[in-house]
Write a protein that binds this ligand. Structure first.
Ligand SMILES: C[S@@+](CC[C@H](N)C(=O)[O-])C[C@H]1O[C@@H](n2cnc3c(N)ncnc32)[C@H](O)[C@@H]1O
Length: 456
């Protein structure tokens, strides 16, 4: 989920400050292109990243995310999630005059980063019963949203901030339109409903058990891997992947990097996922489609990747956190933004994937553990929610709902969100082993890392 900062072109790697601790996750030199994001006029060829998250060409808009005045990117982590190469065009968008890299400080005195950047694609888990509810109870407003749906005639709602703009359709209008088309396509009636938009839809509230993943590891009786980890100098070879496994915190989760090793051989490959140009207001449409169709119907990310090269849409390239998602239109507080969907896997499969991730050296995580044997993995299949980054001062919340007996995760706006603003939520995780993953959210109240309670 996050990409570590890279260094500016021409900047010696030795000058790059280290951002993460940990042995094998040493960050590779920053791809030249990444620098172009911060240094206007820079146009060195894209470099390739290690460990899977090769980033696609930088979208023009991404430039706006670059920290003014930043010239070189401090190395923040070891391991794989380095920022993807920046396209030459991006450079022109970066504020000129940048000369020195942004200083990073911990905790409160951290330098505020430009607008929060992040946006993963969340996918809805449509899996069995149970499910854990959010730790907090959120009030969900079902009032009409004002968003743009190109193919829907705008109903009545007006843009309060700019009356001159044509009225935008309400969420109800969009839902009605969608339901109509869905029904026309022959879908069963029960599939023509938007669960997160139903008044009175029950949300299960409960607590997450943060250590479930650890206890599920095969052939390891050590509590939370502590013993085996100590035997091997702080790093359990077999379970090293767990060092960076973000376990659920409050109402979220995450982890795993999707890119396969062989795909990294081509340094110009875009990220292992799709880029869709869809207004945020339409996320739920796509998300619902994915959810109702179950994981088997999710688009193959390899196929989607082909489209990502020429499009610049919802995704944005952040300076330190890899790819993120942003709002393509204003979102009101409490609005449903997108459903977190992905493959629903059990703990054993999760473990296997983590091991694969370790071997590949992946650094980004896209998993969300909901409960025992119920992990939603957006690594290979999911939607744009997988690109939502973490922020200590997020503008979204991940909520667990019980919809018709199935647990589903929805991302809701926790505050009003402006167009272009990175979509983020708080998914700090409990970390027991390995180096702390430094947080680069840039929030004033940033705690400095993505661990919620440190190590045992
Ligand atoms: C769900 S992915 C988000 C998308 C990811 N940025 C990408 O490029 O694919 C979560 C990963 O993004 C990175 N990340 C997200 N938020 C971050 C933050 N505030 N600071 C540092 N890295 C972050 C971490 O590597 C994390 O494992």
């Amino acid at each position: 989920m996050g990409a570590p900062p890279g260094r500016a072109p021409g900047t010696p790697s030795s000058s790059q400050p280290s951002r993460r601790r940990g042995g094998d996750d040493q960050q590779p030199p920053h791809p030249p292109e990444a620098a172009s994001e911060a240094l206007p006029g820079t146009a060195s060829p894209p470099a390739r990243r290690r460990g899977g998250e090769q980033q696609p060409p930088h979208p023009p808009e991404a430039a706006s995310e670059a920290l003014p005045g930043a010239a070189s990117l401090p190395a923040r982590r070891r391991g794989g999630d380095r920022n993807p190469p920046h396209p030459p065009e991006a450079a022109s968008e970066v504020p000129s005059g940048a000369a020195s890299p942004p200083a990073r400080r911990r905790g409160g005195d951290r330098q505020p980063t430009p607008p929060p950047t992040r946006l993963p694609a969340a996918a809805a888990a449509v899996a069995g019963e149970g499910g854990v509810g959010p730790r907090r109870s959120f009030r969900i407003s079902l009032r009409p949203r004002v968003r743009v749906a190109p193919w829907v005639k705008p109903p009545v709602a007006r843009n309060p901030k700019d009356p001159a703009k044509p009225p935008r359709p309400s969420i109800e209008a969009l839902a009605a339109e969608w339901a109509k088309e869905k029904a026309a396509s022959g879908a069963p009636k029960e599939e023509c409903v938007l669960p997160f938009l139903q008044k009175g839809a029950p949300r299960k509230v409960g607590e997450l058990k943060l250590s479930n993943s650890f206890s599920s590891v095969r052939d390891c009786d050590a509590k939370l891997h502590k013993a085996c980890s100590e035997k091997s100098d702080g790093c359990c070879p077999r379970h090293e992947a767990f060092r960076r496994l973000p376990l659920p915190y409050t109402f979220q989760e995450f982890n795993i990097d999707p890119i396969k090793k062989e795909e990294l051989d081509n340094g110009t490959e875009p990220p292992p996922y799709k880029i869709k140009i869809i207004p945020t207001g339409l996320y739920w449409l796509a998300a619902l489609g994915l959810a109702t169709a179950q994981m088997s119907a999710l688009t193959n990310h390899f196929a989607e990747r082909k489209r990502s090269r020429s499009l610049s849409g919802i995704l944005l390239q952040t300076q330190y956190c890899g790819w993120g998602s942003r709002a393509l239109e204003a979102i009101e507080k409490d609005d449903f933004v997108i459903e977190f969907v992905g493959e629903v896997i059990d703990d054993e499969t999760c473990e296997e994937r983590l091991e694969d991730m370790r071997r590949r050296g992946d650094k980004n995580f896209y998993m969300c553990k909901v409960k025992k044997d119920f992990v939603i993995d957006a690594t290979f299949k999911g939607n744009d929610c997988r690109f939502f980054n973490h922020s200590c001062e997020p503008n979204c919340q991940l909520q667990k709902w019980q919809v018709n007996g199935k647990t589903r995760l929805g991302v809701f706006a926790s505050k009003a969100i402006e167009v272009g603003e990175p979509l983020t939520y708080d998914y700090r995780f409990e970390q027991h082993y390995g180096p702390e993953i430094e947080c680069f959210c840039g929030a004033q109240n940033c705690q400095g890392n993505m661990s919620v309670s440190g190590k045992d």
